[in-house]
Design a protein around this ligand. Sequence first.
Ligand code: XUL
Ligand code: CO
Length: 438
Amino acid sequence: MAEEFFQGIGKIEYEGPDSKNPLAFKRYNPEELVEGKSMANHFRFAVAMWHTICSGGADMFGAPTRVMPWLTGSDEMEIARNKVLALFEFCQKLGVQFYCFHDRDAAPEGETFEETNAKLDEIVKLIAEQQERTGIKLLWGTACLFNHPRFMHGAATSCNADAFAYAGAQVAKAMEVAKTLGGQGYVLWGGREGYKSLLNTDMKRELDHLARFMHMVVDWKKNIGFEGQLYIEPKPMEPTKHQYDSDAAACYAFLQRYDLVEHFKLNIESNHATLAGHTFQHELEFAAANGILGSVDANRGDLLLGWDTDQFPTDIYETTLAMLTILKAGGFTTGGLNFDAHVARESIDPADLFHAHVGAMDTFARGLKIAAAIREDGVLDSFIKQRYSNWDSGIGADIEAGKVGFAELSKYIIEKGEPAANESGRVEMLEALINSYI
Ligand code: XUL
Ligand code: CO
């Protein structure tokens, strides 16, 4: 019997809204059907290995604080094995079906690239066994192209062609690993794909290189027969001053410009949306409107802090709005809801990881049920439908159908004169309506 890392904590159960047990779900009931689909299938929750298992809570001003019994072992490979065991024990007790990881979350680097890959292969064997034992699956894999000094100028957008080559070799391996593990997706987050200063940067060249890299990803996917979905994860800054994949719209423009749009969807992260000056719902809505909403990294920022604080979601209003958009878009297929979030530096106990995830899952469960109730009622939908109804016939329908141009519009307005009177947008009425469901 393997060592138990989360001692004193059993399987987290659904106990219903009246439960006072902090380690029980009050709202997330995996089997409960909402709009004909189980909550588990709506969310496809995933645990992020890097935050939950790897990060000790260090920040720019202080050392790690967290108690992490799995980080002890006689050598770094034993620690790596313990991390995997801890991950699967955590997911199993929490009752989530998926996890996500970077190559370097799982195994350390060796002296050479080949040695690094051998270490990774050894750990991937253990991960595969754990998947088999528990039925827990890989939502997406990715490669860490931002930690090592070799990527200080970027990876695919580095001024150093060897750094690009290294990144290519590393992603090739990470995609193979995702395939081996039956991963449902593969994420490319451009941690340092941007710049610190335009004074030393050839932006056009870097963008062309990023596109070359993405085409190599697409070719490799075909080459190795990886069937998962590819995602790009937008983020505007941090660690760079400006990241090229700055928001959903920038990613979409890039994908179109370089003929990549059919191969990628987006992994939208809440805190990245707010860093970009958007709301989480805006980014989801933009992606959905353009058919590229793939997956979600769920977390939240802090209104008073201007960086990627990656806190666990607790805001029911925000999860309601997000779920309205996700439901409207038809829900997740290959994607899911990955908690790219970490506990506060002062939340040091292993139990805090459960408190954080349980609270966040309940927050999303409430958002889902509220969003479903709003949809069932239909008031919001019918308001929007009514608001645009003058496009269903007459000049509106002719414009949408491409039947008229400026000449016809000029004639129309000369005959008609002033447009039909505008009606109220009823913003406050709709805001109060949403609150009446919460
Ligand atoms: C960083 C971030 C990453 C990606 C995966 O802000 O969100 O953890 O999700 O590399
Ligand atoms: Co993320």
